[in-house]
Design a protein around this ligand. Structure first.
Ligand code: DSN
Length: 441
């Protein structure tokens, strides 16, 4: 396994690892090996490039910065300021956005900043429901409910896994929300923003788009372009289809100066103090890489998702939305009721080294025993898989669903994965994709 330290280093330097530290290190190494031998398909994960990952073990990881570049509370931020200003510039350029803030430390923290800036307790926000694929932060028991906003769900068309346009226009006119929020965690198709634009203008709401799942596809111009379709504020995490660090991002368009300041104040001191400078630097590296690689990587990701949907469908698996090509994004949703439901199938798949999650589908009422699984192909694309490998992956999934022994399928998973352990679509293409990487002086 790749490791920043190896046992010889540790012995040569006379370091005696305490038992507990050794145990933890061994567990992490075991995890690295497991994922190297697995087919990871969680739609919200990805692999950082080695150059981006290197930032996580830089001295930025040990420092503090509060406020904005040039206006920090602490000294010692000379280079941090330069990196952060560059990251902001690159984010604006990549997404053609007039505002960017790279300080939120996660997608949910970015969402909380939007809530702090644009909604007070008692205000109404329109959003999707969890069973329609919404993110947990929009739920009554999530950040929306905890901010005390009144959330109202859009009418949803389960046949095309998208908003019912006429019903949504009617709802928006009736409810007149302060903020209309869009974006999903089972994000198969772009919401019909253009069709809703006149209504947004008529009621004068803030239009907010949570792009977490599709940020890399937007960067590669392979999904919709929300900031050109009426969205004022885009929040996101930076580690799903966008293959950066666990971090967050805010982008904006047509915001007033007061709205931009409100967002910046909401980020600090509202929902962060320092903002994980090592992750911010890793985001900066990923932005630089995505300026070069986003289009080809995102295009292959979308092709792979559709190929996986098609291959499973041809095997008789109930992939949602066959008439629409299954998806326009990196993910597909699969109804596995006839194979025992999402809970059992996802566990069996894990035992075969195929990692995915159970997921509610619109017909479900239980989040713990849902009928679906969600499959994302962005990480498999990142290690170089293409349409032909999607057929092989579909066959492996099908064998597990049909109750072939997971242990037996696991051996074939490992064999397939042997050819796909190197990172692609980045400046350090060809380097090992899993584990640690040495800092290059
Ligand atoms: N929970 C993540 C997902 O899997 O979609 C998003 O934060």
């Amino acid at each position: 396994m790749n490791s920043f330290f190896n046992d010889t280093d540790l012995q040569c330097h006379g370091a005696v690892m305490k038992e507990e530290a050794r145990w933890i290190r061994e567990k992490v190494m075991a995890h690295n090996k497991w994922f190297e031998e697995s087919i990871p398909m969680i739609a919200s994960e990805n692999l950082m490039s080695p150059l981006a990952k290197e930032m996580l073990i830089s001295d930025f990881a040990d420092r503090y910065a509060e406020g904005l570049p040039g206006k920090r509370y602490y000294q010692g931020n000379v280079y941090v300021d330069e990196v952060e200003s560059k990251a902001v510039d690159m984010a604006k350029e990549l997404f053609d956005s007039s505002f960017a803030d790279v300080r939120p430390i996660s997608g949910t923290v970015a969402n909380m900043a939007v809530l702090f800036a644009f909604a007070k307790p008692g205000d109404t926000i329109t959003t999707c429901a969890l069973a329609q694929g919404a993110h947990i932060s929009t739920a009554e028991f999530g950040a929306f409910g905890q901010r005390g906003v009144n959330s109202v769900n859009y009418p949803f068309n389960t046949d095309n896994m998208n908003l019912d346009v006429d019903g949504t226009i009617k709802l928006l006119k009736e409810v007149r929300p302060k903020v209309a929020q869009f974006g999903l965690s089972v994000f198969l198709f772009p919401p019909p923003l253009k069709e809703l634009n006149d209504t947004f203008n008529e009621i004068g709401c803030v239009v907010w788009y949570d792009a977490a799942h599709v940020l890399g596809l937007i960067a590669g111009k392979q999904f919709q372009d929300p900031l050109r379709e009426g969205v004022n504020i885009l929040s996101s995490s930076t580690h799903k289809t966008f293959p950066g660090p666990n971090h967050g991002l805010l982008l904006g368009s047509n915001l007033t100066e007061e709205q931009e300041k409100a967002l910046q104040r909401a980020v600090f001191p509202g929902v962060t103090s320092s903002h994980h400078l090592h992750a911010m630097a890793a985001l900066a590296v990923t932005l630089a890489e995505m300026k070069v690689f986003a289009k080809d990587y995102a295009s292959q990701t979308c092709k792979n998702a559709r190929a996986l949907g098609q291959a499973l469908y041809e095997l008789g698996v109930d992939v949602l939305c066959p008439d629409l090509g299954f998806t326009r994004s990196h993910a597909i949703a699969v109804d596995v009721s006839k194979f025992g439901g999402g809970k059992d199938v996802s566990k069996d798949l894990e035992d075969a080294n195929i990692i995915c999650n159970k997921n509610m589908l619109p017909k479900d009422t239980s989040a713990v025993r849902p009928s679906g699984i969600r499959l994302g192909v962005q990480e498999l694309t990142r290690v170089g898989m293409k349409e032909s490998e999607m057929k092989e992956v579909a066959s492996l999934i099908y064998r597990v669903a049909k109750k072939e022994s997971p242990a037996k399928v696991k051996e074939d998973v490992k064999e397939l994965k042997k050819g796909f352990t190197k990172i692609q679509w980045c400046f350090s293409a060809g380097e090992p994709a899993y584990g640690y990487h040495k800092l290059v002086p």
